[in-house]
Design a protein around this ligand. Structure first.
Ligand code: UT7
Length: 322
C-alpha cells in the first residue's frame, strides 16, 4: 500500500501589514467590532506588483528546504488559488518555471477557501495511484486585489499569503483520507460575480470584488463543518479524542470555536492564526499548519484534522498522521 506523507511545510506573508486601526480610518468600523465578531486584528497585503506566484515561490522554498529534497525530484505541482497571476498559463506553470523544473504535471485548483484541502486530496490520489512520487501542494492568494476597500462587510476580513507542503510517497501514512464536497446552489451567497466569460468588461474596469452575505454564510459554515467532522471520524471509526490537532480554515474565530466544541477539543489543541493573518482563503490552512509545525507544536505521528469551507459552496477535510 502506498501513502503520501507531509515531509515539509512553508509559509509566506507579505511584509505590508494592515491593522484594524488602519481600517478604522478607511471605513465605518472599529477595532472592537472586528476583534469581537471575527477575532482578526491584523492582516498582510501584497505589495504593488507582488503576485500570487511570488508569494507561492517564497513559501515553496521553505517547504523544500524543510523536506530536504532537490527540485528535480518534484513530479507534480498543484496551486490552489482564486487569485491567479493570469487567466493563463496557470500559476502552477509560472511557479514551475521559477523553480527551474521542466516537464512535470502542473495545474491550478479553484475551490476558493477549500482550495488547499481539494489540492491535498488530489495530490494524495496521484501519489497513492503511483502517478507521482513527490508533490508540491500550495495554497496562495492575493485577495486584496478583489476586495472593495469601501465595503466594511468584507474589507476587514481578508488578507494575502501563501502556504505550501511537500508530499512524498511512503509505505506508512501519511494522509489517511480526504473528504471533498460542493453545492453550487449557494453560489450567490459568496461570489465575485464577474469573470472571463461573464462581465469581462467590468473586470477590465476593475469592478471585480468579493460579495458576501456574511451572516448566511456563517450559519451554513458552522453546520457544514460540524458534519464534515462527523463524516471524517466515522470513515475511520475514530473517536474525537484521537484527533491531536484541529487545523481549520481561518475565516472567523467564532466558526473555529464552534468546530472545536463539536470535537470536544480545548482551544490549545486548535491552530489559530486568524488574528494575525485574517482570512487568506486557500492559503489559510497551509499557513496555519506551517506556523504550528515551526513552533514545534505538532509532533511526528500526531493526528491532524484539516478542514475548510468556502465559496461555491465548497467544503472538505483531510485527516492525516503527521
Ligand atoms: O472563508 C469563506 C467563508 N466565509 C466565512 O465563513 C465568513 C462567514 N461570516 C462571518 O464571519 C460573519 O458573518 C461576519 C464577520 C462577516 C459578520 O458577523 P455577523 O455577526 O454575522 O454580523 P452581521 O453580518 O449579522 O452584521 C451585524 C451588524 C450589521 O449591522 P446592523 O444591520 O445590525 O445594524 C452590520 O452592518 O454589524 C454591521 N457590520 C459592521 N459593523 C462594524 C458589518 N461589518 C461591520 C464592520 N464594522 N466591519
Amino acid at each position: 500500500m502506498k501513502y503520501s506523507r507531509i515531509v515539509g511545510t512553508g509559509g509566506y506573508l507579505p511584509e505590508k501589514i494592515l491593522t484594524n486601526a488602519d481600517l478604522e480610518k478607511m471605513v465605518n468600523t472599529t477595532d472592537r467590532w472586528i476583534r469581537e465578531r471575527t477575532g482578526i486584528y491584523k492582516r498582510h497585503l501584497a505589495a504593488e506588483g507582488q503576485t500570487t506566484c511570488d508569494l507561492s515561490e517564497q513559501a515553496v522554498k521553505l517547504a523544500i528546504e524543510m523536506a530536504g529534497i532537490e527540485t528535480n525530484q518534484i513530479d507534480l505541482i498543484i496551486v490552489a488559488t482564486t487569485t491567479p497571476d493570469r487567466v493563463f498559463p496557470s500559476t502552477a506553470c509560472l511557479l514551475q518555471q521559477r523553480l527551474g523544473i521542466h516537464g512535470c504535471a502542473a495545474f491550478d485548483i479553484q475551490a476558493v477557501c477549500t482550495g488547499f484541502i481539494y489540492a491535498l486530496g488530489v495530490a494524495d490520489q496521484f501519489i497513492r495511484s503511483g502517478m507521482a512520487m513527490t508533490a508540491l501542494v500550495i495554497g496562495a492568494e492575493t485577495l486584496s486585489r478583489i476586495i472593495d476597500w469601501t465595503d466594511r462587510n468584507t474589507c476587514v476580513l481578508f488578507g494575502d499569503g501563501a502556504g505550501a507542503v511537500v508530499l512524498k510517497a511512503d509505505q506508512v501514512p501519511g494522509i489517511l483520507s480526504s473528504h471533498l464536497h460542493a453545492d453550487g446552489e449557494y453560489e450567490q451567497l459568496l461570489t465575485v460575480p464577474v469573470g472571463v466569460s461573464q462581465g469581462y468588461d467590468k473586470m477590465q474596469q476593475g469592478e471585480t470584488y468579493i460579495q458576501m452575505k456574511g451572516h448566511e454564510v456563517f450559519k451554513i459554515a458552522v453546520n457544514t463543518l460540524g458534519q464534515i467532522v462527523d463524516e471524517t471520524l466515522n470513515a475511520h471509526q475514530m473517536d474525537k479524542s484521537e484527533v491531536d490537532w484541529l487545523i481549520p480554515h481561518q475565516a472567523n474565530i467564532r466558526i473555529i470555536q464552534a468546530t472545536a466544541k463539536k470535537l470536544k477539543m480545548t482551544m490549545d489543541k486548535v491552530v489559530v492564526t486568524v488574528g494575525e493573518h485574517g482570512n487568506t482563503s486557500a492559503a489559510s490552512v497551509p499557513l496555519a499548519l506551517d506556523v504550528a509545525v515551526r513552533q514545534g507544536k505538532i509532533q511526528r505521528g500526531e493526528v491532524l484534522l484539516m478542514e475548510a469551507f468556502g465559496g461555491g459552496f465548497t467544503w472538505g477535510s483531510v485527516l492525516a498522521k503527521y
